[in-house]
Write a protein that binds this ligand. Structure first.
Ligand code: IPD
Ligand code: CA
Ligand code: CA
Length: 271
């Protein structure tokens, strides 16, 4: 069994601390559903609190490291080679609606390469962690991507665009969905990209694609999938952290998902 490195342990502890803060706040959220004001402001505060907990802990444990955080943005440290990439609460809409599917995501980039990732599913108390060369783990269990080779047996995860996104973004997603859905066993939109990737790493999903994510949504999950033997690429062959358009799957299924998604995404709607 592999153990996390010193910095891996520090990332796990930071995720656990943020998870405790989120779990306390999640307990309040269900009561706020019925209040006239709704839980919006409360959840936004919960998100910031969790990020503060992570930032405070990690700056003490690793002074000088740089940070990219969803809420505070980029904080440059004296050490420019190490950068934590943090989403304190991935799955905000689930959290806001009292749905217990959300996570803390902490990635570490060193010399421009992703080297470690922790995704903490707070409700299930599942810590997924991975480090380059140490494998991907869920507790004592070494993770492997699913072995399925056939699309028609596969369950894929995705993310659908929402209010405020352009008509073309919605059309593009519809084209992708109508191309891939008839070829697979099932599709899920669970609402946390970090957990979608963690679930690809542990074989609960056979693959995942989504466009336009942010670095903090996927940094940790990318390390998990790669260390579990999966393949992660950018949908159109660009830099996945830059565009956030991602396909992750086992090496057999990856090309079978990539090609139809890429082509459907490019196709212009018929006039
Ligand atoms: C979101 C989740 C969701 C994905 C969105 C992300 P947030 O992150 O990962 O699954 O579809 O694109 O923005 O806002 O909950 O941190
Ligand atoms: Ca997110
Ligand atoms: Ca978030």
């Amino acid at each position: 069994m592999s153990k996390p490195s010193a910095v891996g342990n520090v990332m796990i502890e930071a995720a656990r601390r943020a998870g405790r803060s989120l779990a306390r706040d999640f307990g309040e959220v269900e009561y706020l559903q019925v209040s006239s004001k709704g839980p919006g402001d409360f959840v936004s505060n919960a998100d910031h609190r969790a990020e503060d907990v992570i930032f405070e802990y990690l700056t003490k444990a690793r002074p000088g490291y740089s940070f990219l955080m969803e809420e505070k943005g980029f904080v440059e440290g004296s050490d420019k080679t190490n950068r934590f990439i943090i989403d304190p609460l991935d799955g905000t809409l689930n959290f806001l609606h009292g749905q217990p599917h959300y996570a803390v995501s902490i990635g570490l980039e060193r010399d421009g390469k992703l080297v470690a990732g922790v995704v903490f599913d707070v409700s299930r108390n599942e810590i997924f962690w991975a480090e380059t060369g140490r494998g991907a783990w869920l507790g004592q269990r070494k993770l492997r991507v699913a072995a399925r080779k056939k699309l028609d047996r596969s369950v894929l995860a995705t993310g659908a665009p929402w209010f405020g996104k352009s008509t073309e973004t919605h059309m593009q997603f519809s084209r992708e969905l109508s191309t891939i859905a008839p070829t697979i066993a099932g599709i899920r939109r669970n609402g946390s990209a970090a957990l979608d990737l963690a679930w690809v790493a542990c074989g609960r999903f056979d693959g995942f694609w989504e466009r336009g994510l942010n670095q903090w949504d996927i940094a940790a999950g990318i390390v998990l999938v790669r260390e579990a033997g999966g393949v992660v690429t950018e949908i159109d062959g660009k830099d996945v952290l830059q565009t956030g358009s991602i396909i992750a799957a086992n090496p057999d299924l990856h090309p079978l998902i990539e090609s139809p998604i890429r082509n459907a995404g490019k196709r212009k709607p018929d006039n």
